[in-house]
Design a protein around this ligand. Structure first.
Ligand SMILES: [Zn+2]
Ligand SMILES: [Zn+2]
Length: 335
């Protein structure tokens, strides 16, 4: 596990980030991201089919964001969504983003992660002295996995919040929100500048959590994993692929106060004023609750997707989306 050696500056302890980097590079270096692999897509369709069955044909939305009753095929793969210009632009943006991801996204992950891990270890050593070198057992590994998940979710929340509230960043993130329909590819619909920001935040959070546990256990700890995925991420994140899918997977209200249901992300993509800047986190509802941005939708709530009728026409084609941030920044500079 501990392959990192001499080029590693100060702390004597090397943390578990090596392990995260190994798994992370496997995931982000893959040509097809996890969400789009066959097993996850099949799981998504199975969950959707069950919703169709139990809700007697209700539970999906059309391209207009309105709930409607539909036959089985129309329910799973509706024509109005998959022939929409937005779904086509998703493909182009996906291809471009993946290319950039492979080049500098991976580099950022491998630099920021170990850096933040070392920073945490060194800081803790300065404050508390030597590592207590505690004994690892599976309970601690589970706790490490849970803490990583919470750190990840919190930094995701903060990054996402900044993407919405800082105008120069919103110019970039707008490309994700210019999606007028939700398809599994929409998750990867981003401007290519956004990817490295997300990855930097992700590796910062995992690195900081790794640093704490590396200090406590003198580097001898790895996350509890199942199928090579962090235990809690697998437990709580397995419905994540439905966040960008027109079928609504709701959780009971009490559970939505703790975990983000996929249907809550439908709200995040809606241009109706009460839905703006809501549900920023990806896994838990804790941070949205704490910062007052939680919105639990009614069943079948109307969520028209996109950036709204006034500006949508400027963000329709692939080129409009790629050039969007640069247009916005130029306008900001002129002002
Ligand atoms: Zn957003
Ligand atoms: Zn989204």
């Amino acid at each position: 596990m501990q392959e990192r050696t001499s080029d590693n500056p100060s702390p004597d302890i090397t943390g578990p980030f090596t392990d995260i980097v190994r798994r992370g590079l496997q995931v982000i270096g893959e040509n097809i991201p996890q969400d789009l692999q066959l097993n996850v897509l099949v799981l998504t369709f199975v969950i959707a089919a069950l919703i169709w069955l139990f809700r007697n044909g209700h539970g999906s939305k059309g391209a207009d964001g309105r709930a409607r009753k539909a036959g089985f095929l129309k329910f799973l793969i509706p024509r109005d969504i998959y022939t929409h210009v937005s779904a086509r632009v998703d493909i182009g943006l996906y291809v471009i983003t993946r290319l950039f991801h492979a080049v500098w996204g991976v580099a950022i992950f491998a630099i920021v992660g170990p850096w933040s891990e070392n920073l945490m270890i060194t800081s803790l050593q300065t404050i508390f002295g030597d590592s207590p070198a505690m004994q690892v057992n599976y309970g601690w590994m589970m706790l490490y996995s849970l803490v990583s998940l919470l750190f990840y979710d919190f930094i995701f929340f903060l990054t996402h919040y900044a993407f919405h509230k800082v105008p120069a960043l919103w110019a970039i993130h707008k490309v994700h929100h210019s999606a007028e329909v939700l398809t599994p590819l929409t998750r990867y619909r981003e401007h290519f500048i956004a990817g490295p920001v997300w990855i930097a935040g992700q590796s910062l959070s995992l690195g900081l959590a790794a640093g704490i546990f590396a200090f406590l256990f003198a580097g001898n700890i790895t996350e509890a994993t199942l199928l090579n995925i962090s235990f809690f991420l697998l437990l709580f994140g397995f419905t994540g692929s439905l966040r960008h899918y027109h079928v609504q997977l709701h959780y009971p209200v009490w559970l939505s106060r703790w975990l983000q249901s996929p249907a809550m992300h439908h709200v995040h993509h809606s241009y109706l004023a009460p839905h703006w800047d809501k549900n920023f986190a990806v896994i838990t509802s804790l941070w949205d609750r704490l910062f007052g941005t939680l919105y639990i939708p009614e069943k079948d709530e109307y969520t028209p997707w996109g950036i709204g009728p006034e500006t949508q026409a400027d963000y329709r084609s692939l080129w409009q989306n790629i050039s969007g941030p640069f247009r916005d920044w130029r306008a900001m500079l002129k002002r």
